[in-house]
Design a protein around this ligand. Sequence first.
Ligand SMILES: Nc1nc2c(ncn2[C@@H]2O[C@H](COP(=O)(O)OP(=O)(O)OP(=O)(O)O)[C@@H](O)[C@H]2O)c(=O)[nH]1
Ligand SMILES: [Mg+2]
Length: 450
Amino acid sequence: MFVDQVEITVEAGAGGNGAATFRREKYVPRGGPSGGDGGCGGSIVLEVDPNLSTLLDFRFTRQYRAPRGEDGHSKKRAGRDGADVILRVPPGTVATDAETGETIADLVASGQRAVIAQGGRGGRGNLHFTTSVRQAPKFAELGEPGVHRRVRLDLKLVADVGVIGMPSVGKSTLIAATSAARPKIADYPFTTLVPNLGVVSVGPSQSFVMADMPGLVPGAHRGVGLGDRFLRHIDRTRVLIHMLDASGLTDRRPLEDFHAINDELRLYDPALAERPQVVALNKIDIASDAGALQALASELEHLGYQVFLISAATHVGVQPLIHSVWQLLRAHRTEEPPDVTAEGRSIAPRSRRGSDEQGSHQIITGPLPANDRAWSVRRDHTGAWVVEGRGLERLVQRTDLGNEDAVQRLQQTLERAGVHRKLRTMGAQHGDTVRIGDTEFTFDDEDLDR
Ligand SMILES: Nc1nc2c(ncn2[C@@H]2O[C@H](COP(=O)(O)OP(=O)(O)OP(=O)(O)O)[C@@H](O)[C@H]2O)c(=O)[nH]1
Ligand SMILES: [Mg+2]
């Protein structure tokens, strides 16, 4: 198990819909469009957290969804953006589109971020759709859908913790006891021929990678045993667990073995010998001589080591050991310099939908305009109500529809002139289009803002 791999489903939020609202009070044609834009949908973002070294958390939660953007509001107010969902990953994580195999992001540096599912853009409010002939657009854009995809995360495991010790002391047994790894375990030396890596969970978002080091024996640096081939695997560990067989049932002397292995480490790489080391006295379940065990522990403590009495087979004392190792790891976390940068890419569909309405073809003709003050109402072939009259037409033309006071004045004038009453008598319905000159309004027969 050298690679951690998980597949997750990510769903970014859709953009909020733009608003189609109009500034006005009651009665009479609508004022200027006032619909604000919808907010952007939340994205799913990966962020490198140097304190993580595994993808363990993703094994428990495999589906991630970001909230949608809020719809636009009246009075030109935009909807709020949906919050991004940030997923923390360890350095070295590679994100791939599970369907296409396309690499989405290769994350290395601490704090580096990549969007793996882009939130949809918000729809624009009707405020944006005013033209010289359509000053009161009744439509706004809908928000875009967010990206929805399956993403595979891969992480090359690098051991944070190395378990060293003579053959058969129980290194692989400890890996098996603390992780899901199932290394071969047997009571003859050199059972393990390649390092076993296990992901050890300490708590939520707290895990590390532990590797046993096979065949580390005196002379390893010269090629004795198997150690020289694997010593490089502990190059990058930050904490070592030095394990000794403390059963007292072997003909070996644990303390001598301890020094022999440390000498070997020093010969291979002096820096390795400087790694923080804790000592695990294993197989206490079958230890025959409690006095000898205590003496061994005291001796090692006297040398300045933290000593744990454990049984990898029965798990006694394993938890305290793991917790201390975790604390040591946290104290020795070093951030690797950012050497590679990769931007996340996204493939957000960019479709927009708008809606427009078509009226009926009924025609109702009223009296023709006589002078500036006279006006009439007819229905054109699109079903829109057309208010004709030079005076009213010019009034509308002069009105700044983006100005609330100006619109209010226009409404009052139209009301006084009896336009609303006339439209109603003629059968105009709430929502119908009313045109005065080049300007289109929506007949609003309710005291509603939409
Ligand atoms: N009674 C007892 N036996 C143990 C304990 N831990 C390991 N053993 C036994 O010791 C033997 C060696 O265990 P391994 O875990 O294979 O030892 P290792 O250090 O990985 O050995 P190599 O891979 O050969 O270097 C096996 O028979 C285990 O069952 C323990 O805590 N108590
Ligand atoms: Mg082993």
